[in-house]
Design a protein around this ligand. Sequence first.
Ligand code: HEC
Ligand code: HEC
Length: 259
Amino acid sequence: MIYFNKAPWFFCAVLLALPTTAALAGEARSGYEYIKPASRAMQDDDFENPGLLAVERGQVLFNGKQSGSGKACADCHGEDGASLNTRDLARYPVYNEDAAEIVTLQKRISRCRDTNTGSKPLPTDHPDLVDLETFVRNRAIGEAVNVQTDGPMAKLLEAGEQLYKTRYGLIDMACYHCHDVYPGQMIRGQKISQGQGNGFPAYRLGTGEITNLHQRIQQCLTLMRAEPFAADSEEIRLMGLYVMSRSNGLRIETPAVRY
Ligand code: HEC
Ligand code: HEC
């Protein structure tokens, strides 16, 4: 864990003194390549990866009847989601033409749950929704991330990129600085990665929790001593979309193990 509260200026000075030749060459690399070998081994071992507990919880929720309702996701999508299309799952977040908005995988699940099972709606990032999201995304493990970048998405991605390059918080840095300029540099024992989205939801060793992409972005904003974007805000959706689009072509690793 990185602590900025004592001397954010010191931390910035260290980073800003680094050579800018470390700038990203343009090739997307998974966070997997930056974590410690022990964490990679943990991710690769189905008995050791703690994120698989979230997958299992999501599986139980998926196959069983939703609380207060006679319907299970599996009634329509097959046992264990056998009839879900993994290529489609790799496209999230998607653009919904009718509502003219970005729809994350969790939002799609949550809406399907509300309209098709009649169960009581759950708030965004409720643990059950994160578990369902983890389970469903895990169905598409190995698929290449394939977020739409043309059509109506082009403008939204521009807006997302702008947010990504904006300086936030006490440390007055942009996401771009750490994740595009400094990948490979160490911060307090952790290697900075490109901040890719392909492993999410991921299990974080630092917090001991399964964490989806929006939550991870919120945690980075907190690290920056900035006010995190609210759940469901336009900002978090634009940022989530932009971050995931940077991962286009990378294999889905859900549930990845990350520090
Ligand atoms: C009564 C049937 C029904 C139930 C129950 C149901 N769904 Fe769906 N779901 C659908 C239909 C119909 C669609 C739209 C299919 C499409 O777009 O091709 C859909 C779409 C989805 C999608 C988007 C798939 C894609 O290819 O983009 C996901 C993810 C999903 N549902 C997850 C769930 C989960 C998780 C649950 C349980 C909480 C659930 N659904 C319950 C019928 C159902
Ligand atoms: C001061 C440096 C710093 C800044 C600025 C920063 N991050 Fe991070 N971020 C980290 C560190 C350190 C990690 C954990 C190690 C890693 O994966 O890079 C991390 C992890 C991530 C991850 C997870 C990557 C993975 O594969 O697990 C994402 C996504 C991410 N950051 C997005 C962002 C976004 C979006 C912003 C801007 C709101 C941001 N970060 C700003 C340092 C930073």
